[in-house]
Design a protein around this ligand. Structure first.
Ligand SMILES: Nc1ncnc2c1ncn2[C@@H]1O[C@H](COP(=O)(O)OP(=O)(O)OP(=O)(O)O)[C@@H](O)[C@H]1O
Length: 225
């Protein structure tokens, strides 16, 4: 049975020194396992904050989030073990090799086959020949491929990617997008990407634009080619 994340009537505001900043008002959004979504919008609109709310890492001012798994509803806190993150800055551990970076999430879960599975994933992202290299010895695109392998190695139901191609040139960005979409499709993972890149956003099945606290057509099933 498929899983989904639903945000219901979510509002989020912060009390800054001088004034109150309101990011969203009564926002509704549903993302499903196996589908791909892009969130676009102007700088400061709250895209990264929305990703944090969706993943249960931040709490909204009001409203609620639900994680539905195998027909049962849970709070978003339950998502913790079912999501992988990919960031613009890669966030690899600098002292670990590519292989050990990918194996880490499995080792933390006590998986005895961590190294074997990590090797398989490094191969999937085309980096089997660089397994003993540390992040400083890899290009930006290569580091992002390691980060994708690390995010997917434990087969999470959802991947959240915040500007995953923001630090890459056009060719590397296109190749990272290929790998990211292919790997999520292969794992049947839901993919939610925050991006300023139209090229990347348009690869998603559904594109949302966040501006003035509102998502355009958040619950409409408008499929984008
Ligand atoms: N914990 C917080 N306290 C106060 N303000 C916050 C907090 N978190 C986010 N903000 C503010 O919310 C606004 C939206 O930030 P966010 O990073 O989500 O935007 P964004 O759309 O992802 O921007 P960008 O495209 O530039 O990355 C910013 O003005 C930010 O300063």
């Amino acid at each position: 049975m498929s899983c989904y994340i639903e945000l219901q009537n979510i509002s989020q505001s912060f009390q800054a020194t001088q004034s109150k900043v309101t990011l969203f008002n009564n926002l509704n959004l549903r993302v499903e396992q196996g589908k791909s979504y892009a969130i676009t919008g102007p700088s400061g609109a709250g895209k990264s904050s929305l990703l944090m709310l969706m993943s249960g890492l931040e709490q909204p001012t009001s409203g609620q989030g639900i994680y539905s798994k195998n027909g049962q509803s849970h709070s978003l806190a339950y998502l913790k073990t079912d999501i992988g993150f990919i960031f613009q800055q890669f966030h690899l551990l600098p002292e670990l090799t590519a292989l050990n970076n990918v194996a880490l999430p499995l080792k933390l879960r006590g998986d005895k086959r961590a190294m074997n599975k990590a090797k398989i994933w490094l191969e999937k992202v085309g980096l089997q020949h660089r397994e003993n290299h540390k992040p400083s010895e890899l290009s930006g695109g290569e580091q992002q491929r390691v980060a994708i392998a690390r995010a997917l190695v434990f087969e999470p139901n959802f991947i959240f990617a915040d500007e995953p191609t923001g630090n890459l040139d056009k060719d590397s960005a296109a190749s990272i997008a290929d790998i990211l979409f292919d790997c999520c499709r292969e794992n049947n993972a839901g993919l939610v990407i925050v991006t300023h890149s139209d090229a990347l956003a348009n690869r998603a099945q559904q594109v949302f634009s966040l501006a003035d606290g509102q998502l355009n057509n958040p619950l409409a099933n408008v499929e984008v080619a």
